[in-house]
Ligand binder design. Sequence first.
Ligand SMILES: Nc1ncnc2c1ncn2[C@@H]1O[C@H](COP(=O)(O)O)[C@@H](OP(=O)(O)O)[C@H]1O
Ligand SMILES: [Mg+2]
Length: 257
Amino acid sequence: MTLTDAALAAELAADAGQLLLAVRDEVGFDQPWRLGDIGDQMANDRILKRLKEVRPDDAVLSEESPDNLIRLRSDRVWIIDPLDGTREFTTRGRDDWAVHIALWQRDGDGPGVITDAAVGLPAYGNVVYRTDTVAERAPLTGALQTIRVAVSANRMPALLRRLRPTVPIEPVPMGSAGAKAMAVVRGDVDAYLHAGGQWEWDSAAPAGVVLAAGLHASRLDGSPLRYNRPDPYLPDLLMCRHEVAPILLDAIRQALL
Ligand SMILES: Nc1ncnc2c1ncn2[C@@H]1O[C@H](COP(=O)(O)O)[C@@H](OP(=O)(O)O)[C@H]1O
Ligand SMILES: [Mg+2]
């Protein structure tokens, strides 16, 4: 039987994850930049090789490959970050790094949509979250005391400080967009907020899984996250439980006035 796109995404994420764990063991942590380069390159090569075998007609947008603008005419584009959270990957003991595999498909004259995605967390038991199996999260019943918000451990968004007087926020610093988004999916945090710069491959697969889990994912102005655009820069996002989306979006709007 032909592999479904979601199953293929999950297979690619699990396989690249295993490879990255082996690279980490073999190369070690003495030269972090070298470990990062080797991990990025090997995971990217492995994913692209397999995609070429099983989906030869599809286009690819990958952090680690030159951007081939054929993707803009394609109906199916795989958006890939073979190693998200490179800094954490190169730090001994850190498990907050991820493999992102997303499939964007054209929807007529619309902006297109992420139809299938997988986010692998290799150092977290190589668990893979995928659009076709992720469980929908039930809404909270009690009132939220504090909103736990995952933010970049490397570049804490300045915006956060401006929200805190109006909303009771507890920042939870963490590496990797995929790791932060999956912490929302698990319910370890209530939200993931990013501002100040990012690229489509950083959020495509996480957003696909978050939306499939029935959670909220948008830009900070509340507009939808769009993928496979000519310029893949996608600088900010909010992923969260539905109950906290209006609270956070309103506070962000006020802070940015
Ligand atoms: N200001 C910025 N500009 C471009 N990319 C950014 C960025 N801030 C974060 N990112 C990218 O978003 C991902 C998650 O970052 P963080 O862990 O800081 O939240 C990282 O991807 P990579 O590790 O794939 O490069 C990082 O490079
Ligand atoms: Mg990334």
